[in-house]
Design a protein around this ligand. Sequence first.
Ligand SMILES: [Zn+2]
Ligand SMILES: [Zn+2]
Length: 452
Amino acid sequence: MATSRSETGKPAPYKPRHPEKTPFFAVLYHHFDEFKAAHEERFQKEYGRWRAVIDKVVGKYFQCGVFLGGFARLKCPDCGAEKLLALSCKTRGFCPSCGTKRAVLWAEFVQEKVLKPVDRRHVVFTLPKLLRPYFKFHRDLLPHLCLCAWNALGEYFKASISKDAMPGAILTINTAGEFLNWMPHIHGLVACGGFLPNGDFESASAIDAKTVRELFQAKVFSILLEKGLIGHELVEKITSWKHTGFDAWIGPPITDTKEIVQIGMCTVRAPAASGRLIVDDGPRVKYFAKGTRPDRDIGGLFGPPSQSLDYLDWIARLTLHIPDRGCQLTHYMGVYSNAHRGKQADRESTPHSDASPGRARSEPEGDWIKARRKSWARLIQQVYEADPLLCECGSKLKVISVIEARTQSDVVGKILVSIKFVFEVFQLPAHPPPVPVGSPEPDSGSADFYYF
Ligand SMILES: [Zn+2]
Ligand SMILES: [Zn+2]
């Protein structure tokens, strides 16, 4: 990753990040076709049917940050230097680099457009292991899980604050555990109370985790029963356990907007981090726990927590978390919802009743991000602390043209030949013999950590 600041503290010129030199890229690049061919026999039972969205997202990722996908041509008006800047894939829930940029944009969006200056809490809703697979094989249920969390919070607040006070929350669906095991859970940034019609905020004294958890549990059961996926016997069995496996973790109140946004950013970026994956003996790859640095922390008797997987198992884990097309992962509820923010914008912008309603509709996240993403140079600077438009001579580079391989593959090809571009992907050790069918399942990772 190109993260260098000059000694003056100003951003340094951006250096290409070369994702193709990482094991993360290389495993996919060298073994994705093999994974796809083996999917039905080896992975379908545990991971579900092949999804077309996997081909699409991985295909785009292969062209992210590498010149093959296209580039912007930059030229310095002073020294005449020319540079190419590779385009990015902008995929959701997969590409670590684009996920980080997306998280930066999201943070700007919620700070500017959504969050109100009241106490909020970070909350996390989790499910028993026994129920998690239903959300893997019926992914359309994931947004319902979000709704269960929201309704549990809403019902709780209804009983503890004024009837006309409306709560607000940003809820995000996450499907990955610490080592990318399947662990659907909901992260929420929740206003600790409700907003009255006059705009005042009414605080709720505390949020009782047990009550919220019980409400959430009842709602999840009712959805699975309604869909005919489970029977009443299973509900009785789980509720008879001392620890049902349902949880509603309620964090302390947070006043500082930056702090709550930082927490939120961790829940909206891509599930996997490229820097946490290294090549292991075997040949396999090793994925490290959050907060550890494989390049720095690897010594010692035990080393930091990690899991070793063969190449295809790793790809299966990684691609499991690509969201289905059209599946909204972040939901804005109550006073934070689009509709409510739109009404409020109407009120604020139309003091006279003859103004047409809906005129000042609040922008949804997607539109806002699309518009803001156009300032890509600023975004790269924020993520990599390096300025893509800064020439080595200190002047500002100008964008001459943007050439996408999707529409102008011949032009891309010609330019790459002219600069003698060679695409060299990181070389992995040879692949181990395939696992015979019927051999024990590899450890599917039961670690019960939230992924941040
Ligand atoms: Zn220059
Ligand atoms: Zn990307």
